[in-house]
Write a protein that binds this ligand. Structure first.
Ligand code: ATP
Ligand code: MG
Length: 325
């Protein structure tokens, strides 16, 4: 469906923003993983914003500072639109949205979640972070800890890391697999392909039940990660974010990139596409994620429920009763 500005409540400008957002989202979305090559995706891409050239950036926004302010304003507009759509999603109580975030350390997951979701009613949104699994979690199938936290109807659920760690960190560090208590005869060379299949099947199941699944890989370069780690070391306010284990993990960079590439090739689908989001420029990362969330919500055209005639008469009766008090 298209929100074209004729729909109740959306201004012409909002309609234009939604259209531009959906175009931006499409630029970075992978719906069919066949032939996917991560190396072909530029982590510093800034799309149509090259030289300030974007249909929604006012001409007056010249220079670097002007561009910076204009993209800030665009993000604020995007957040406002996400928030309004989420309010309608909640009122309808039919669809739910699951946003999955995966990335190398310091790619900006936390910042994206904070900025893009900042305008949303806290009652309509849940964030879950998945760290190294607990003993209880290891005693269950690998999807268990995530599936039980899937969003209810009307809600946006955010997974900060997810079941995809099972084909990323666990693939790079095989010793984690050994801790999973799997019957040895089930652990074969096919295990990663089997996991991809199970993830696809679960996502298809969720889609058939009314959950819109969107997955984000924040694609940061090795050089940019180094820069951000150094900032964390040099800036006392950022020291708390730094972990020396993250630096050690850089030794496995190429293995991670191979694992990410294979994951996207095998699990991008129409039901649950991956967005490969350039993450060397935070402002662009945030715009693309906001645009993709708008695209996901717009795809089901959320609207406030309209009362039928019986409902309207109930309202009139209630009004009469209140007035008669
Ligand atoms: P931060 O930006 O604060 O570092 P984070 O998401 O990296 O956020 P951490 O506290 O570092 O949070 O914990 C996440 C760690 O847990 C990651 O190194 C991740 O690879 C690991 N992890 C997540 N899921 C699994 C899993 N299923 N098995 C093993 N390790 C996992
Ligand atoms: Mg970490």
């Amino acid at each position: 469906m298209a929100i074209d500005g004729s729909n109740e409540g959306w201004s012409e400008r909002d309609a234009a923003l939604i259209k531009a957002a959906r175009k931006l989202a499409a630029r970075h979305m992978v719906r069919d993983g066949d032939g996917f090559r991560l190396s072909k995706h530029d982590s510093a891409d800034i799309g149509a914003f090259e030289d300030g050239d974007h249909p929604l950036i006012p001409e007056a926004a010249g220079g670097k500072d002007g561009m910076k302010q204009a993209t800030k304003d665009l993000l604020a507009d995007g957040v406002r639109i996400v928030s309004r759509m989420q309010d309608m999603l909640y009122a309808q109580n039919r669809w739910s949205v699951l946003l999955v975030f995966q990335a190398m350390d310091a790619a900006g997951k936390d910042g994206v979640i904070k900025h893009v979701m900042s305008g949303i009613n806290p009652q309509g949104c849940e964030v879950h972070s998945f760290k190294a699994p607990s003993a209880e979690e290891l005693d269950h199938d690998f999807m268990w800890r995530c599936t039980r936290l899937a969003p209810r109807r009307g809600m946006i659920g955010i997974f900060n890391r997810s079941y995809y760690e099972e084909v990323l960190v666990v693939r790079v560090h095989r010793e984690y697999l050994a801790k999973q208590q799997l019957p040895p005869e089930l652990v074969t060379d096919d295990i990663w392909d089997e996991r991809f299949k199970d993830m696809r099947a679960w996502e298809r199941y969720m889609a058939r039940n009314g959950t819109i699944v969107r997955k984000f890989f924040l694609n940061v370069s090795r050089d940019e990660q180094k820069k951000r780690f150094l900032e964390r070391i040099d800036d006392p306010a950022k020291n708390w974010k730094f972990s020396s284990a993250d630096v050690a993990e850089r030794a496995h960079w190429d293995e991670y990139m191979d694992a990410y590439g294979d994951m996207i090739r095998n699990t991008a689908s129409d039901n649950a596409p991956w967005s490969v989001v350039p993450a060397d420029n935070k402002w662009y990362t945030r715009l693309v994620v906001a645009a993709t969330v708008i695209d996901a919500l717009a795809s089901v055209d959320p609207r406030y429920p309209v009362l039928d005639d019986a409902g309207k008469s109930r309202l009139s009766a209630a009004r009469a009763e209140l007035m008669a008090e």
